[in-house]
Write a protein that binds this ligand. Structure first.
Ligand code: LR7
Ligand code: MN
Length: 479
């Protein structure tokens, strides 16, 4: 199937013929065979043979039976000569798994891709060109959306990578000026972080830069770690809007970690202690229970940081991610902002007041139970124009306050939780919302938009999701 997405101007761009060759690394654990093969075949079909050095499949000790002989036979019977299969003896997790893959690679450039993707037409050349020009440039394609239920491919908006102080990756909007420049949205642009699953990097540079932290387990955190490392140690990270790869965004991860350890927290602790200097306090103050948790030996990574002569995390924040808000432990003012909107001496100016009306369901956002219940969920209900408990205030601080009581809030540490009502803390972040393009209700800290999960479900559940402009994500603040 042809997927024509992105700027039409992308088609007008040309790329040098003598680009570096690519080793593509897919590390997988219990991936459906059909999905894994969709990824492999899209690569074989849509990559010029002379640029495709090899595809390395790293099986991270899956136990799905179809991934054993059947996969091997498939590769042999279809003479997929460029496809190499490596089996991990132990479950290593995706971080060490990718390192195993890269140690077998012999192409000029490494391209890492999740095992449930479909690369689009002309996906590789736009990634290789900036690396050919500058070896220390690391690039990501735009990640399109493959629906986890229907497997339908759809395009995603142009966004860049950020993170919040819970050390969760999030998407940030890119300035409109960048999209409307003379080249349109075709020119690679700088991104403070990467999502993690899809990127290309010169192989020698990957090795010189210290690959990954092999002390990190299973899943999580390695994407911020390598992003910080790239920027702080002399490289740059860019998103290439003319390269598009679809990824299946699953509703939950279909696997756990051995022993049920929260590897995301463990890995984030490691990276915060190696890379974030005094700013690790931002994370630890959100997760005080992690202060006494062990994070293993990080001495090798600290040495690496010295050896590569990397800059400070403050430099990174000031120069690469200036839009990141620093309140709390490392904030400029030690005086905390007022905690209660009701008690605050200086109230923030009200910009708008009214119901939050969802265009798809024609329902209004309200408390599931009581508007004064802290931690209570919000849902969409039949609009009741006489009910003051459905009235939201939107103020200059970008808070959304229901019934003059509590603020709409997104957990920074459990970003998969649904939004809830919390005491207004007045310090932005998890309570900062913008009513933006396409009537979206964008949450700054999560980098996602509020949507109605299922318009036909009378329970009216809402959740955060990648902003896609669909009707379920459209809201109006009306009287
Ligand atoms: O133990 C494991 N062993 C593995 O080989 C666990 C996972 N894996 C494989 C897995 O089969 C998959 O191919 O590793 C790959 C990534 O795992 P996912 O798909 O469960 O991760 P994800 O897509 O939910 O998470 C994102 O963040 C991760 C943090 O560790 C990784 O960086 C993922 O690659 C990354 N995915 C993307 O960036 C795709 C875009 C999503 C967004 C935003
Ligand atoms: Mn994935």
């Amino acid at each position: 199937m042809r997927h024509l997405f992105g700027s039409a101007r992308c088609k007008e761009r040309s790329y040098p013929i003598n680009l570096p060759s690519a080793s593509i690394i897919l590390c997988f654990y219990n991936e459906a065979l059909s999905t894994l093969l969709r990824t492999v075949h899209s690569i074989l079909d849509r990559t010029p043979a002379y640029l495709l050095h090899e595809i390395i499949l790293v099986d991270d000790r899956s136990d799905f039976i179809e991934l054993k002989n059947e996969l091997e036979k498939y590769i042999a019977n279809n003479q997929l000569k460029k496809v190499k299969l490596i089996r991990n003896v132990m479950r290593e997790g995706l971080i060490r798994g990718r390192m195993v893959g890269s140690s077998h690679a012999t192409g000029d450039v490494l391209v890492f891709i999740d095992s449930h993707c479909e690369v689009n037409e002309m996906w590789l050349q736009p990634l290789l060109a900036p690396i050919k020009e500058d070896h220390s440039t690391v690039v990501c394609p735009l990640i399109d959306i493959i629906n986890a239920d229907t497997l339908i491919y759809s395009s995603s908006p142009i966004v860049k990578g950020g993170f919040n102080w819970g050390l969760h990756f999030k998407w940030d909007p890119v300035p409109v000026s960048l999209l409307n420049g003379p080249e349109g949205a075709t020119e690679p642009f700088k991104s403070p972080t990467m999502a993690g699953g899809l990127f290309a990097i010169n192989r020698d540079y990957f090795n010189k830069l210290g690959q990954y932290d092999s002390g990190m387990d299973i899943w999580g955190g390695e994407n911020l770690e390598i992003s910080f490392r790239i920027w702080m140690c002399g490289g740059q990270l860019k998103i290439v809007p003319c390269s598009r790869v679809g990824h299946i965004f699953r509703k939950w991860r279909p696997y756990g970690s051995p022993g049920g350890v929260d590897t995301m927290a463990y890995n984030s602790l490691r990276l915060s202690h190696v890379w974030m200097d005094e700013y690790k306090e931002q994370y630890l103050s959100l997760r005080p229970e992690l202060r006494k948790q062990s994070y293993g030996d990080i001495s090798e990574r600290l040495e690496l940081r010295k050896k590569l002569n990397c800059t400070s995390f403050k430099w990174y924040l000031d120069n690469v991610y200036p839009e990141m808000e620093v309140n709390g432990p490392n904030g400029k003012s030690k005086i905390q902002p007022p905690l209660f909107i009701n008690k605050s001496p200086k109230r923030s100016k009200i910009l708008q007041r009214g119901r939050l009306y969802n265009l798809q369901t024609s329902k209004c956002l309200a408390a599931q139970k009581y508007p004064d219940q802290k931690g209570g969920k919000v849902v969409v209900k039949e609009c009741d124009w006489t009910d003051s408990n459905q009235v939201w205030i939107y103020n200059e601080e970008h808070d959304l306050i229901l019934a003059n009581l509590l603020c709409l809030d997104m957990s920074e540490t459990h970003s998969s939780d649904s939004p809830r009502l919390m005491k207004c803390h007045g310090s932005g972040g998890s309570q900062q919302w913008t009513l933006g393009v396409n009537n979206s209700l964008y949450q700054i800290s999560a980098g996602q938009c509020l949507k109605v999960i299922d318009p036909d479900n009378p329970k009216g559940y809402v959740a955060m999701a990648i902003c896609d402009g669909s009707r379920s994500q459209q809201w109006k603040l009306d009287n």
